[in-house]
Design a protein around this ligand. Structure first.
Ligand code: BT5
Length: 254
């Protein structure tokens, strides 16, 4: 993939801008990077705080992928984010299903894939990534987050060059993306599982849907569609396609 990187001092949301350009016919590989976002967003229209110092960017993809397989893009990006952090800082970044990257149970990065999956020619996916690199959080704000946040600078005590993090991510992501498009999902799933801190763990899952809107169990595995399989105390399992997952206890061995 040939990347074409456009940099901005400030945008509303790199995902929103990337989407607008996608609709105008921009090519796969367009990367929008912004020093700050005034309306950065997470899933379900949640706010994503994007002050200067962080790495906020979106990549335009035009994958030939069945609609149901779109979550695998999040998975591929998550693997690339965790490995980028491990390789550039040697910190032990892990993955929380479905879209968080954590260090010591604090959220250091989040991923938001949005798209339009209709006719193959018109369809696209915008892969948005936010990594807390050199930004720091004040204590008051910290309490308002779903998962306590952290940044690379906060842990390391020094700045990390934003461009080197971006470059590393783009090359690692491309590798996972190519594998995915070749249909080698099993490798990708295996890769994600090795980096995961969700599996083997007691979790609470919130789906926001009726029925089993919220339940607890042991996170057993993710399947080929990146659904999370959770084992309940009565021995049965629930397969969750989308939702939030809260880590409840330390990892237990299966
Ligand atoms: C995410 O959503 O984690 C996806 C975040 C994606 C952000 C990128 S930045 C570039 C691109 N352009 C965009 O507009 N977005 C993408 P979710 O799992 O729903 O988590 C959202 C929650 O994370 C919020 O409700 C807060 O609790 C918390 N949060 C907000 N800002 C944060 C930050 N900078 N670091 C850690 N946690 C944050």
């Amino acid at each position: 993939m040939t990347y074409n990187i456009l940099r901005f001092a400030e945008v509303d949301s790199t995902n929103a801008l990337c989407k607008r350009l996608a609709l105008e016919g921009a090519r796969e590989g367009l990367v929008i990077v912004a020093a700050t976002q005034t309306a950065g967003r997470g899933r379900l229209d949640r706010k994503w705080l994007s002050p200067r110092g962080g790495l906020w960017f979106s990549v335009l993809l035009r994958p030939r992928l069945a609609v149901g397989k779109a979550p695998l893009l999040t998975m591929a990006a998550a693997v690339a984010v965790a490995e980028t952090i491990r390789e550039t800082t040697a910190l032990e970044a892990t993955l929380k299903w479905p879209n968080d990257c954590l260090i010591a149970e604090r959220k250091v990065a989040g991923i938001l894939v949005e798209g339009k999956f209709t006719k193959p020619v018109e369809s696209f996916a915008v892969l948005g990534v936010g990594i807390n690199v050199n930004n720091v959080f004040n204590e008051q704000l910290r309490g308002e987050f779903l998962v306590p946040p952290t940044s690379l600078k906060e842990i390391l005590g020094h700045d990390v060059e934003l461009d080197s993090v971006l470059e590393k991510f783009l090359s690692l992501f491309e590798r996972e993306y190519v594998e995915l498009l070749r249909g080698r999902q099993a490798e990708l799933v295996g890769h994600w599982m090795r980096l995961s801190s969700t599996l083997g763990r007691s979790v609470r899952v919130e789906t926001g849907l009726g029925g089993h809107a919220s339940f607890e169990g042991i996170a057993e595995k993710v399947d080929d569609d990146f659904a999370l399989v959770v084992q309940l105390s009565n021995g049965s399992s629930i397969r969750v396609m989308a939702g939030d997952c809260v880590h409840l206890t330390p990892i237990v061995q299966f």
